[in-house]
Design a protein around this ligand. Structure first.
Ligand code: CO
Length: 506
C-alpha cells in the first residue's frame, strides 16, 4: 500500500493561488479531511506563515490551533526551511529551537525539514529539536539534476539525515522535472541503503509527476503527496483522486474512498471560486520547457517581471541561456527558494551589464562567502577569487556565526505589544516588518473579516452589468458530473457540500 499526504491546505493553494486560502475556507472541511484516512495533512509552514500575516491579516498560530481542534487523528504536517524556518534568512539556533517546540506544541506532528543547498548542517538543529519535542522528523532531499548530483550523493545525504535524527525521508521534486526512472532508482536506493520510509513530493509542472509517483510506489515508496483536484495539476501536485483511482485494486491501493474525495473536491471547487482572480491559467498549463532549462515557474515569472521593469523583455532567451552557466559557476545549487532567486538575479545582471560578474549581487557574494551553506559542487575559481578578494570564505555551519536573538526580539516586540507572548515574539523574530504592520493594522481594527467585507463589496461592483464578466467562473459553482456521481453513490444527495458552503459563507 502507498499512503497519501494531502496538500490542499498548503502546497496546493501555495502553488496555484499564491498561498491565499483563508482559514475560514479550510475549517469547514477539516473534519472531513481528517476522516479520509490520509497519512498526513500538510497544512502549515512554507509560505503560509508569511502570507497569513502579510496579506490575509490572520494569525498563523491561531490557524494551526483551529485546524488541530478539528483534525484529531490525521497527523498535521508542516514544511520547514531548515535554519530558515518559514522565512528567507538563517535564524540563530535559539529562535529555531523555540519555533519548532512551539509549532509542535500547537499541533504540528510531522516536520518536513529541507535546505535549498541540501546542506545537512542547515537542517540539523531543526531535526534534533523536532525529535526532542516528540514530533516526527522528515529529512528532505531536494531533487535536482547536475554533474555533481548522483545516485550516490543523494544516498549519502539520506544517510547523513538519518544520522541527524530523521525518521523518514522526503524526496522533493520542487521543480517538477523528476522523470519516473529517477524516482524509481532513487526511492529503491534510499529504501535499500538508508532503510527509512521514503515519501515522494512532486509538482506537475512538466506533466510527469503522476508517472513519477507511480514509479516511486513500484520502487517501494511509503507515501506520495497529492492535492485534491481543484488545487492540483500545473505547478501544484498531481490530483489525489487520479492517484487513488490509478492505484485502486493494485498492490499500492491507498484504500481511500473516491466518493468521499469527490465530495471534498466539490467543496474545494467552491472555495477556488473565491480566489479566481489569483489563479493564473499559465500555472495550470503543462510546461515542458522546464525539462530543458530546469527553471521553475515561480522563478520564470520573477525573471519576466525583472526584465519588464527594465524594459528588456526581449533579452529573456539570453537570460535563460545564462542561468545554467551561473548555476554551474555556483556549484550547481538546486533551484528552489532562495537559490532560484540568487541565480536568476545574477543571470539578469550578467546579461544586462554585458560582462559576466562585472557586478556581483549581494546574495551571490554572501553565497560565495559560504553564508548560505556548502554548495553541492565547487564554485568557479575565477568567480571565487574575485568575490572573496583575499578574505577566506567560512567553512563552518553558517548559523554558528549567529548570536542568540530571542531575548532581544522579545524586548523589541514588547515595545510594540507590551503583553507579547512567546508566540508573538517568534512571529516578530521571523518577520519583524511584516509582524509589526500586521499588528498595527489589527490594533486599528483591520481584521480578516473587515478585509472580507471590503472584498465582497468589490465583487458586487465587478458583477454589475457595466463591469466586464469573468470575475467568477460559472464552471466553478456547479458540481462536476464526476462529483455528482460520487455523491449519488454515497446517497447523501450533496447535503454536506451545500451545508458546508453555507457555513463558510460565500
Ligand atoms: Co512543493
Amino acid at each position: 500500500m502507498v499512503a497519501i499526504t494531502e496538500t490542499v491546505l498548503r502546497d496546493g493553494h501555495q502553488s496555484l493561488i499564491a498561498t491565499r486560502m483563508r482559514t475560514k475556507h479550510m475549517l469547514p472541511a477539516a473534519e472531513r479531511l481528517d476522516a479520509v484516512g490520509y497519512r498526513s495533512l500538510e497544512a502549515w509552514g512554507g509560505a503560509t506563515f508569511d502570507v497569513c500575516m502579510r496579506y490575509l491579516h490572520e494569525d498563523p498560530w491561531e490557524r494551526l490551533r483551529q485546524l488541530k481542534r478539528r483534525i484529531r487523528k490525521t497527523p498535521i504536517q508542516m514544511l520547514l526551511r531548515g535554519q530558515n524556518l518559514v522565512g528567507y534568512r538563517h535564524y540563530p539556533d535559539d529562535i529555531v529551537e523555540r519555533f519548532v517546540r512551539r509549532a509542535a506544541h500547537e499541533g504540528v506532528d510531522i516536520f518536513r525539514v529541507f535546505d535549498a543547498l541540501n546542506d545537512p548542517r542547515n537542517m540539523e538543529t531543526a531535526l534534533r529539536v523536532v525529535r526532542a519535542a516528540g514530533a516526527r522528523a522528515q529529512g528532505t532531499i531536494c531533487y535536482t539534476q547536475s554533474p555533481v548530483h548522483t545516485l550516490e550523493s543523494f544516498v549519502r545525504l539520506g544517510r547523513t539525515l538519518s544520522e541527524l535524527g530523521a525518521e523518514e525521508l522526503c524526496l522533493k521534486d520542487m521543480g517538477g522535472f523528476m522523470p519516473p526512472s529517477d524516482a524509481a532508482s532513487l526511492v529503491r536506493a534510499l529504501v535499500k541503503e538508508v532503510g527509512l520510509p521514503v515519501v515522494v513530493h512532486t509538482h506537475s509542472s512538466s506533466g510527469m509527476s503522476a508517472m513519477a509517483c507511480m514509479a516511486a510506489a513500484d520502487a517501494g515508496a511509503t507515501a506520495v503527496d497529492s492535492a485534491l483536484s481543484p488545487f492540483a495539476g500545473g505547478t501544484s501536485q498531481p490530483p489525489t483522486e487520479s492517484l487513488v483511482g490509478a492505484f485502486r485494486g493494485g498492490p499500492h491501493d491507498p484504500r481511500l474512498d473516491l466518493g468521499e474525495l469527490a465530495e471534498l473536491a466539490e467543496y474545494f471547487q467552491g472555495v477556488l471560486a473565491h480566489y479566481r482572480p489569483m489563479l493564473d491559467l499559465r500555472s495550470l498549463q503543462t510546461d515542458p520547457g522546464i525539462l530543458l532549462h530546469q527553471v521553475p515557474g515561480g522563478m520564470l515569472s520573477n525573471l519576466l517581471s525583472q526584465l519588464k521593469d527594465q524594459d528588456q523583455l526581449a533579452r529573456l532567451p539570453e537570460v535563460l541561456a545564462e542561468i545554467p552557466r551561473v548555476r554551474a559557476d555556483l556549484g550547481y545549487p538546486p533551484l528552489v527558494t532562495p537559490t532560484s532567486q540568487i541565480v536568476g538575479a545574477q543571470a539578469v545582471v550578467n546579461v544586462l551589464v554585458g560582462e559576466r560578474y562585472l557586478q556581483v549581487t549581494r546574495e551571490v557574494s554572501d553565497y560565495v562567502h559560504g553564508l548560505y551553506g556548502h554548495p553541492p559542487g565547487p564554485i568557479d575559481p575565477t568567480l571565487q577569487a574575485k568575490v572573496l578578494a583575499g578574505t577566506p570564505a567560512i567553512t563552518g555551519r553558517p548559523a554558528d556565526l549567529l548570536a542568540p536573538e530571542y531575548e532581544r526580539m522579545l524586548a523589541e516586540v514588547r515595545a510594540i505589544v507590551p503583553s507579547a507572548s512567546e508566540e508573538e515574539a517568534l512571529s516578530y523574530a521571523v518577520f519583524p516588518t511584516v509582524y509589526s504592520a500586521y499588528r498595527r493594522a489589527a490594533d486599528q481594527g483591520l481584521t480578516a473579516d473587515v478585509l472580507d467585507a471590503a472584498a465582497a463589496g468589490l465583487l458586487v461592483a465587478l458583477r454589475s452589468p457595466s463591469a466586464s464578466a469573468g470575475a467568477e467562473s460559472p464552471v466553478a459553482t456547479g458540481p462536476s458530473v464526476w462529483a455528482r456521481d460520487g455523491r449519488a453513490r454515497l446517497m447523501r444527495g450533496g447535503r454536506w457540500v451545500a451545508e458546508t458552503r453555507g457555513r463558510a459563507g460565500r
